[in-house]
Design a protein around this ligand. Structure first.
Ligand SMILES: NC(=O)c1ccc[n+]([C@@H]2O[C@H](COP(=O)([O-])OP(=O)(O)OC[C@H]3O[C@@H](n4cnc5c(N)ncnc54)[C@H](OP(=O)(O)O)[C@@H]3O)[C@@H](O)[C@H]2O)c1
Length: 435
């Protein structure tokens, strides 16, 4: 095995040999959560052997990958459960699934991949919470260089980190792109008499902040952002300048809880709904708008429902996620909030009929054939300053991935959450992203 490694390195003039450890960190799904994730119980860390190429006929080209970064996504909570979804559940004792960036540290057989190439993987056989993995060379994609993505990249020598391939140019940016453009169907002010009005919740998050910027800077919409802290609201208004008005829903929830005089969850939920409705009306007035043309919903629950009662004719509601319900116990008929356990329910559902509105869920994987073109457009928007690249929220070490995942459900992330699993060992100039 080491001979194979050495010969791989020898073929790479710009690469440096790396010593492989004998053992690696791996996180496996030990138990399925029914409510909140307990990191060490559901996703314990184990130490296992670093894999070696199998002693088979050698016909299938294989690569040994060293994990660099792991994307942390709310969807992982769903993959941990046994519920039917767009991907099969992660099996008990299987390596936890995830989207990743890895470097190739050894190649066996004929492959276009070389040692030092950086590859991305979305939730397939190579994507997972482990430091090293051997996979078929065909199952991973080499990340694009900036020259492959944008024509005039020479003019802008600013260097961007690899992690942009998990954020703006990864499934995060692609979710914002397809959800907003293909499902939200925005219209330019030139096609309508006024700018369209868009509401985005979890607006300061990874997907939400990109949606707000596309809505504001590409389509000239009026944008309302809903976020969970003053700092996040300031980011949207003052730094990214991608929202015309904001609602700090956590501050609102705390205020409701303090003044409620009840601890009953169903009553509190009703009070929060009513207060959210009031604030929604207030911000619509503030931006001189009657209602919403597009809702990009990441949250579900009362936020979605109250938005449904403030739609304009022919509004479009893109259901991207329902994070407020992901930790609810699905075995219960109703949650403590007295609504559907999934977090999706439609108290104001009749509005869909009378307003001829459209409500549609989507999964970013639906558009996989169009990812390549979309990445080029996203890259161009970054280049043109229409999407501002923000440093991701990067945590160190695979052992911190389970607690990082929990943080998403408390809003304890600042933008795209990523875990740095390992340091790039084989550095070649052409794999560094340049803008
Ligand atoms: N359909 C698809 O293909 C697809 C693909 C990717 C992601 N998604 C969905 O997109 C949404 C955003 O994902 P992301 O990766 O960009 O994560 P993110 O927004 O960066 O992080 C999640 C955010 O959700 C908010 N949140 C957490 N619990 C909440 C609650 N109970 N009520 C309201 N807000 C809550 C928090 O922001 P605050 O501090 O503002 O509360 C938190 O920071 C998720 O629902 C995810 O499942 C869908």
């Amino acid at each position: 095995f080491n001979q194979q490694l050495e010969s791989s390195y020898a073929e790479e003039p710009n690469s440096v040999a790396v010593m492989l450890p004998t053992h690696q960190k791996v996180v496996r799904l030990a138990h399925r959560p029914t409510t909140d994730i307990d990191p060490s119980y559901h996703l314990p860390l184990t130490y296992e052997s670093v894999p070696t190429f199998p002693d088979d006929d050698g016909k299938t080209p294989l690569v040994l990958l060293h994990r660099l970064y792991l994307s942390i996504d709310p969807a992982m909570r769903g993959w941990m459960s046994s519920a039917r979804s767009y991907l099969p559940p992660v099996a008990i004792n299987a390596v936890m699934r995830g989207a990743t960036l890895s470097e190739v540290v050894a190649v066996r057989g004929a492959s276009r991949l070389k040692v030092g190439d950086v590859v991305s993987e979305f939730a397939g056989e190579a994507g997972g919470w482990q430091e090293y993995v051997i996979v078929s060379a065909r199952s991973v994609r080499k990340i694009e260089t900036w020259s492959e993505l944008v024509d005039n990249h020479q003019q802008t020598p600013r260097e961007l980190p690899l992690t942009i391939h998990l954020s703006v140019l990864g499934t995060t940016g692609l979710t914002a792109y397809f959800g907003f453009i293909h499902v939200g169907c925005p219209r330019l002010p030139s096609e309508t008499k006024r700018p369209e009005v868009v509401l985005v919740n979890a607006a300061a998050g990874a997907v939400g902040s990109i949606v707000c910027q596309i809505a504001k800077n590409v389509y000239g919409c009026k944008v309302i952002g809903v976020a969970g802290s003053d700092a996040k609201c300031r980011l949207l208004i003052d730094d990214l300048k991608c929202c015309d008005a904001v609602i700090n829903y956590r501050e609102m929830e705390n205020e409701v809880e303090r003044g409620a005089g009840t601890a009953d969850p169903a009553e509190l939920f009703a009070l929060k709904s009513t207060e959210f409705q009031k604030r929604l009306r207030r911000v619509l007035k503030q931006i001189d708008a009657k209602g919403l043309d597009i809702v990009f919903d990441n949250v579900g629950g009362y936020q979605l429902n109250e938005c449904l009662s403030r739609l304009n004719y022919f509004a479009r509601v893109a259901i991207c996620g329902a994070i407020s319900g992901y930790n609810n116990d699905l075995t219960k008929q109703q949650t403590d909030n007295n609504v559907s356990p999934t977090g999706l329910y439609m108290k104001h559902g009749m509005a869909i009929i009378s307003l001829r509105a459209k409500i549609q869920g989507f999964i970013v994987l639906d558009y996989i054939k169009e990812w390549s073109n979309a990445k080029k457009e996203l890259a161009r928007w970054v280049l043109e300053g229409k999407i501002r690249y923000q440093k991701e929220d990067i945590r160190d070490g695979l052992e911190n991935a389970p607690s990082a995942l929990v943080d998403l459900f408390h809003g304890n992330n600042n933008g795209k959450l990523i875990v740095k699993v390992g340091e790039q060992q084989v550095k070649r100039k052409e794999i560094v992203s340049r803008l």
